[in-house]
Design a protein around this ligand. Sequence first.
Ligand SMILES: CC(C)(COP(=O)(O)OP(=O)(O)OC[C@H]1O[C@@H](n2cnc3c(N)ncnc32)[C@H](O)[C@@H]1OP(=O)(O)O)[C@@H](O)C(=O)NCCC(=O)NCCS
Length: 170
Amino acid sequence: MIRPPFLITALDAAHDRSRFDCGTPALDRYLREQVSQDIRRRVAACFVAITDELRIAGYYTLATASVPLVDLPDPLRRKLPLNASVPAIRMGRLAVDGAFKGQGLGGALLANALRRAIASDIPAAVLIVDAKDDTAAAFYRHYGFLQLGEASREEGGLRLFLPLATVKRL
Ligand SMILES: CC(C)(COP(=O)(O)OP(=O)(O)OC[C@H]1O[C@@H](n2cnc3c(N)ncnc32)[C@H](O)[C@@H]1OP(=O)(O)O)[C@@H](O)C(=O)NCCC(=O)NCCS
């Protein structure tokens, strides 16, 4: 269970990113150096879990995306319109600071992202994630994510998805 006190909110200038260390330098660097520019350019939104001292304990990003219909498994494909692609929301990054791992925060951030995806006035059929390695993919599979596209694995990619209609029913 997630240990309080954490607040999950949109990233703003008052939040302390300087100490964030999730063990993956590229994800730390992105939060420190790149994300504000992506937000300004409207190519991503960033949400953070903060402590009562405004320290960032974890973050994720969301952006709109689309996935080729053929990459979805048959049973789901049959429920969707016959367009070449379907609208999606992409969780581009998800990371928890080492000091806060294993306390349920990663799961809470994922649940928060799903809640936002479902609550949006602009609908998307699936939430997709690009897992950076097998360990990250195992985290997403733990929550029922499925592989997107037959070729994804052979191409070295670990793209996974969750149908949002199912999540909404749950
Ligand atoms: C992956 C990551 C976000 C998980 O965060 P966390 O806060 O440690 O995870 P939680 O404590 O919320 O774990 C929630 C559940 O997922 C499970 N879990 C965590 N990591 C897992 C993994 N790699 N494989 C399978 N299950 C995993 C936990 O056992 C827990 O299960 P439970 O709820 O049934 O008890 C974190 O380890 C991290 O930031 N890693 C580095 C960056 C990264 O790999 N990001 C992934 C996207 S590329």
